[in-house]
Design a binder for this molecule. Sequence first.
Ligand code: GLA
Length: 411
Amino acid sequence: MSLTVRDSALDAFTRSYSARPEVLGLAPGRVELLGNHTDYNGGLVMAAAIDRFTAVAGRMTDKREANSFTADLDQRDAFPLTDIPRGEAGSWVRYVRGVAWAMQERFGLMDSGFDLAMAGDVPIGAGLSSSASVQSAVALFLLKSGVFGPSAPSDLDDAARMDLAHVLRRSENEFVGVGSGLLDQFSVLFGKEDHALVLDCRSLAYERVPMGDPAPAIVVCDSRTSRRLADGKYNERRAECERVVAYFQALHPNREITQLRDLTHDDLTEEWPRLDPVGRLRARHVLTENDRVSHGAQALKGGDLAAFGRLMTLSHASSRDDFQNSSRELDFLIEVAQAAPGFLGGKLSGAGWAGCTVNLVESDRASAFADFVKGGYAKLSGQEPIIHICHAAVGADAERLTADDAEEHGS
Ligand code: GLA
């Protein structure tokens, strides 16, 4: 657990409400290890929660409104619990309000209002799912604080976590307005120390797979280029995938085809000359990514980290060439990483186009790897990347605070 982030949230709460927080929610960020843009195509993904966190300190109140404060941006928000206005597109405000909206859709109206303050060290806009981390930390705080009364669980088993992942995805799709898949919320909620997560986005079967002992470091290299997920390209790719599905639906009206997951490599090969030249590349990426996830899970189970790493690097090439969601900077980062000490494999993480790469690195060579990539990338691109040496971490959780916890923070 990140002590600094936890402390910052507790401090921020006492400063902004002059009162004691009662509950603390904590949620990690995540990296995508394999399976890029497969989730909304009904495919397979592999991810890990990482040891960078969002902490939410808060309490129930007897008002019919919610107050929130973010220490990192020093901004406040207040909103009513019914007919919640969306707030500004792309802002943290919309994420917090969206959680309140979607959870009330699922669990009924809250019995009371709440005050919360949050702080975090998940880099924002870098492809590490700071948004799902915020969502989950807020959600876990709300469940633990009891604002829904007996209609919602306060401790979460895996079934309740999966249910919550869907609720939070709905919030992102319908309230925030980003058509993302289940990957982010799932990873943030299901993380386990030194384990990778495999998810079949169609059947929702999942597994936590040990990454080895010692587990490799997950080194995130931030290209310092940032973009907003809601700004169009993501939804454009989704639409391109859907058009390929529509083509095959028209071609095979008697076959059950609803997502790219329902197509085979043979389908693509047979129709290749007639398929839209952009759509067929997108589809090839998604189908080969699904294969890479299956093979990657087997490699990890067999303790073959080198094979797993190679699949990650192949995934990056497929994103770059077929899905075309890489960038000059992300390609540079992978190129440099391939020559760095301890490198096992690397790829872009998350939506793409900007942000971070994720690299699997032998644990005792992570610092040397970081130094090498810093120097190499600076030479190529003119600026140093920001490097985070991370490890696979535990998923989101919440705790009731004791008087001591709160007192240490000056109330
Ligand atoms: C973003 C989305 C995820 C997933 C990835 C790409 O992170 O939020 O749902 O689609 O992009 O794999």
